[in-house]
Ligand binder design. Structure first.
Ligand SMILES: Cc1ncc(COP(=O)(O)O)c(C=O)c1O
Length: 236
């Protein structure tokens, strides 16, 4: 259910066959009925290179589509490079999309709070604006914690934000998942607030495949993290 004043994006209904399904049909061997990602890649690579486009990710998007159709029982996977595709894959793809509501408009919630309630960002840092934070405290004086997210490798204006938070007696949690290695006035972000969070997921700056780290110079607080996920505490 959508609340009042939410920001949404309305995507038009999917009409007609998907380009990916047409490409899969075009690249499926007439005789053996196999779609082979390596062959598809071989066919398009040169042209894509000339046009500066990424052929691998293009072919991968077709494999992802096949994986979805496979889960719905429309195609078979023999191995990474052999997908058994039926001759009516385009019609099946359309039926699959329709069954998943593809013929009605899709609504994606971008924000459940209205713009007035969101804390604006600062043009200089692209991060939380300290003046907007001060206004937010006026609207929500009972707030006890602020999560500052440093995005795109850029640091939020921590001096000003900490000042506002101290004034309102709110704890500060920094999310430095996108800013590992970023310095603010010579010091790493994530080390200014009461605690800082780092992510080592596969799409992050360094990765351990999954997981992350909470950092704090308050040992009592660090110990209290243990009940959350049973992590290891490293003291430095
Ligand atoms: C700023 C920020 N915080 C948190 C996360 C979530 O991290 P994880 O992937 O470890 O759940 C992300 C992931 O994209 C992120 O960009």
């Amino acid at each position: 259910m959508l609340g009042r004043d939410a920001s949404v994006e309305v995507a038009p209904a999917i009409t007609g066959p998907r380009a990916a399904d047409r490409n899969i049909a075009l690249n499926t061997g007439e005789k053996d009925g196999f779609y082979r990602p390596s062959q598809h890649l071989g066919r398009i690579r040169e042209q894509f290179e000339r046009e500066g486009k990424n052929a691998e990710s293009f072919v991968r998007s077709h494999v992802r589509r096949l994986e979805a159709l496979h889960r719905a029982g429309h195609v078979e996977r023999l191995d990474d490079d052999h997908w058994q595709v039926p001759g009516d894959i385009i019609e099946r793809g359309q039926a699959y999309d329709r069954a998943r509501g593809g013929d009605s408009a899709r609504i994606k919630t971008l924000a459940s709070r209205n713009l007035e309630q969101q804390i604006g960002s600062d043009a200089a840092t692209w991060n939380m604006c300290p003046r907007a934070l001060e206004r937010a405290f006026r609207a929500h004086p009972a707030a006890r914690a602020v999560i500052v997210v440093h995005i795109y490798g850029l640091a939020a204006d921590m001096d000003a934000i900490l000042e506002v938070c101290r004034k309102h007696r709110a704890a500060v949690i920094e999310d430095a998942a996108e800013a590992l290695g970023t310095l603010y006035k010579g010091r790493h972000v994530g080390t200014f607030g009461d605690c800082g969070a780092l992510s080592f997921n596969g799409n992050k700056i360094i990765t351990t495949s999954g997981g992350g780290m909470l950092v704090s110079d308050d040992s009592a607080l660090a110990v209290s993290y243990t009940h959350l996920t049973l992590p290891t505490i490293y003291s430095v």
